[in-house]
Design a protein around this ligand. Structure first.
Ligand SMILES: Nc1ncnc2c1ncn2[C@@H]1O[C@H](COP(=O)(O)OP(=O)(O)OP(=O)(O)O)[C@@H](O)[C@H]1O
Ligand SMILES: [Mg+2]
Length: 267
């Protein structure tokens, strides 16, 4: 009884503790992660997905997440993408503390703030490219005409202006992934996440997709990409490496910076 009472007081005091300062929605910082942990409970055992992650990502950054299989990359991306919540710690996205949100609030945030691109494209079959791109706008109650026009514009943006009425199974892998990227951009989210977006593509299509992400980054988008391949990470500005659920390095991609500088000088 006494123990329970002490625990309850403890919990109340803990809730009253000073909160970490929130990044406000105008600040340079888009993401702040504080002491984040994720444990999976399989029923028979607990598996640590992430341990004590601290990180911030500025608006407009282009980041690669790397690490061996099982190192926590997807666990991390699912939390960034609000598909999952941390068990301990805080995740602030655009000034909002995601850790405190309920399911409805999370799905609202996913729709407005995040564009997610998956390895397996996750397009709806027997539905045209345009309708696939329209879907997030339908959830956001964008009027039909506006949605159609924007979907066509986005498909033109990713080089698929001539394919708007095609079904996913009538397109190549690279083209399907470009539809998925157009869909991710539908509600103009501040954050674009891609978990091994080139994992199912040949080299030529992989380069096309990474060039598309680079172009979006140059236009100001914040892009986080998980990859196993150094060649793919080489397109980004910053490489964060995971091992056993922890960040083991977080470095600027110097080669990419030099390339961008050279490009700036020659253009
Ligand atoms: N739903 C789950 N239930 C239990 N354990 C899980 C679950 N999802 C992931 N894990 C465990 O969490 C750890 C991190 O997995 P995660 O999927 O994040 O790795 P990853 O870096 O994305 O690997 P890969 O490169 O193979 O995609 C692993 O030990 C994994 O077994
Ligand atoms: Mg993974």
């Amino acid at each position: 009884m006494m123990k329970r009472w002490i625990e309850r007081i403890g919990l109340r005091l803990w809730k009253m503790r000073p909160q970490t300062q929130l990044p406000d929605s105008e600040s340079e910082e888009l993401i702040r992660i504080v002491n984040l942990c994720k444990v999976y409970d399989t029923g028979t055992m607990k598996v640590v997905g992430l341990r004590n992650i601290n990180l911030s990502i500025r608006r407009g950054e282009f980041v690669a997440i790397m690490g061996q299989s099982g190192s926590g990359k997807s666990t991390f991306m699912n939390i960034l993408g609000c598909l999952d919540r941390p068990v301990i710690g805080h995740y602030y996205l655009d000034g909002i503390d995601i850790s405190e949100m309920d399911e409805d609030q999370l799905s609202f945030i996913r729709n407005k703030k995040i564009g997610f691109v998956f390895q397996s494209f996750n397009l709806i079959s027997r539905t045209t490219a345009r309708e696939n791109v329209e879907l997030p706008m339908t959830y956001a109650h964008v009027p039909k005409k506006e949605r159609e026009e924007r979907a066509v514009k986005l498909l033109e943006r990713v080089g698929l202006g001539a394919r708007t009425e095609h079904m996913p199974n009538e397109m190549s892998g690279g083209q399907r992934q470009r539809v998925a990227i157009a869909r991710a951009l539908a509600n103009d989210p501040p954050l674009i996440l891609a978990d091994e977006p080139t994992g199912n593509l040949d080299t030529a299509s992989s380069i096309e997709i990474m060039e598309l992400f680079s172009a979006l980054h140059r236009e100001g988008a914040t892009v986080v990409v998980v990859t196993h391949e150094e060649d793919i990470a080489a397109f980004t500005q910053r490489i964060i490496r995971f091992r056993d659920g922890q960040i083991i390095s977080d470095e600027k991609n110097e080669a990419q910076e030099r390339k961008a500088e050279e490009k700036g000088r020659t253009s």
